[in-house]
Design a protein around this ligand. Structure first.
Ligand code: BES
Ligand code: ZN
Length: 462
């Protein structure tokens, strides 16, 4: 490890410069105007992987290209085989006026590298690429064979990757998938996530009068779609913070006593938490802690609510329509299909006859849970200990990574989720950043990981 440690240390400045170059591509997947930015970003990444000694392939899809890059390996290699997953697409940067400097012009302040995509997810998978570069460039034998799969559509639900996994099912059959796209709770709290929430979403539109009406002339005799929508949405949860959709909790897996005690040791201070996000009080379902609320319980959120006049001053109208964008986070063993069906049926019941309702939904993704006791998880925890020099935590991540469940379904592969984003890295928000100390530790963690996993496998087999 000494040669690798020295290499990673000596080349740190260049790694940061390269990461900045990568971050300059505006690879926003949600917005068609950025399509060329995504293509150029994928090309740059492919060339970069080749430069560090990987064998690369740029796979076209109906959407954005997928970069596949594998380590050179001996014929009939008996090494353990892992996939490393990441995504080069990023969330839209808006609202631009809240960024202190432009989102695609990376800026370093102290230990923070600011740019859209810095932590979600370019910086995180770059740490793995640099660890592999260190093995290859120092002539150190890499004890595992690896294939990197870096896609460009994670932030829009990974519509193309499952097809590619099916197509290359045989050659992608692996021991597990390693992904750094979750959070660690702090530099002193390296974290392995053994679960993810799933997600499903719908857009609800209520149509009322054929055009906006004068609220004096018509008000009182005609339904207001905005009011009707608010009343419907307000009925979706009760005063205890529980979602009221019948059947929604039927399949929810209860937290085991082991999990509750593992989550209870997470560093969490309600006052600091409130202050950091600027809320006067916390919210949450009765009977659960905030850490449990945000990782192991289902949620229903209004992400956007639009109706009527939004401009300056007032306008006395009954709006012609109202729309809400809603997403729900799912926990094992809920499925997006069933939850969507229950939700739509319930909304139909709640909808008054005075408006017409139109609902569209997105396919969503399944939640994920793996045993935190497997030998691979233990090896990964060892790699976190090696690099961070402290005791790692086990967590269930509240966010979603749609393809993780597909890795399980299609390749029968579990995922090791070793997050390198800090909770205050502003993922999906203005002034997103990546901590360069975490970057350095992340590279070391990756370097240790392949050794630890290979050793664990030999022990298990021997
Ligand atoms: N890196 C995140 C997943 C994540 C979210 C990890 C929160 C840790 C905390 C990923 O890029 C993401 O944002 N996923 C989306 C998926 C959705 C668009 C289908 C999410 O969770 O909202
Ligand atoms: Zn994201």
């Amino acid at each position: 490890m000494q040669k690798i440690r020295i290499y990673l240390h000596q080349h740190r400045g260049r790694f940061v410069r390269e990461l900045c170059e990568y971050l300059r591509f505006p690879s926003v997947s949600a917005d068609a105007r950025y399509r060329r930015g995504l293509g150029a970003c994928a090309k740059w990444l492919t060339a970069h992987c080749r430069k560090i000694g990987l064998i690369t392939e740029l796979c076209r899809t109906r959407g954005n290209p997928i970069v596949m890059a594998r380590t050179p390996r001996r014929a009939r290699s008996k090494n353990p085989y892992y996939l490393v997953y990441g995504h080069y697409d990023v969330q839209p940067p808006e609202p631009l006026e809240l960024w202190k400097t432009p989102p695609f012009q990376p800026r370093i302040v102290g230990n923070s590298l600011f740019a859209r995509g810095a932590s979600d997810n370019k910086g995180q998978h770059f740490a793995h690429l640099k660890a592999v570069e260190a093995y290859l460039k120092t002539g150190t034998e890499l004890p595992c064979d690896l294939t990197f799969i870096i896609e460009g559509e994670e932030e829009v639900g990974s519509p193309s990757l499952a097809g590619l996994l099916r197509k290359h099912r045989t050659r992608l059959r692996c021991d597990a998938v390693v992904t750094s796209d979750t959070t660690l709770l702090g530099l002193q709290y390296p974290t392995l996530s053994y679960g993810l929430r799933g997600i499903c979403g719908l857009e609800i539109t209520l149509n009322g009068p054929s055009c906006d009406l004068h609220s004096g002339t018509f008000g009182g005799s005609v339904e207001n779609p905005a009011m009707a929508l608010c009343q419907m949405l307000a009925q979706l949860r009760d005063e205890k913070g529980r979602i009221t959709i019948p059947g929604l909790y039927d399949d929810v897996l209860a937290l085991s006593p082991f999990e509750r005690s593992a989550l209870a040791i997470h560093p969490f201070n309600a006052d600091d938490y409130k202050k950091s996000i600027g809320v006067p009080e916390l919210f949450g379902e009765t009977g659960f802690t905030p850490v449990e609320h945000r990782s192991a319980r289902p949620t229903l959120e209004i992400n956007g609510l639009t109706s009527g006049y939004q401009g300056e001053g007032g306008k006395t109208i009954i709006p012609s329509w109202a729309r809400a964008k809603v997403t729900m986070r799912l926990v094992p063993h809920q499925t997006p299909e069933k939850i969507l069906a229950l939700t739509v049926a319930h909304l139909r019941k709640l909808c008054p006859p005075t408006v017409r309702m139109n609902i569209t939904s997105s396919p969503g993704s399944d939640p994920y849970l793996v045993s935190p006791e497997s030998s691979k998880v233990q090896a990964a925890l060892d790699a976190l200990r090696d690099a961070f020099d402290c005791e790692p935590l086990l967590a269930r991540e509240g966010g979603s990574i749609p393809i993780v469940d597909e890795f399980k379904q299609i390749l029968k592969a579990d995922s090791l989720l070793l997050g390198l984003a800090l909770p205050d890295d502003n993922a999906h928000s203005p002034n997103e950043k990546f901590n360069l100390e975490v970057f350095a530790k992340g590279m070391m963690m990756s370097a240790h990981l392949w050794r630890r996993l290979a050793r664990g496998q030999r022990t298990a087999e021997g």
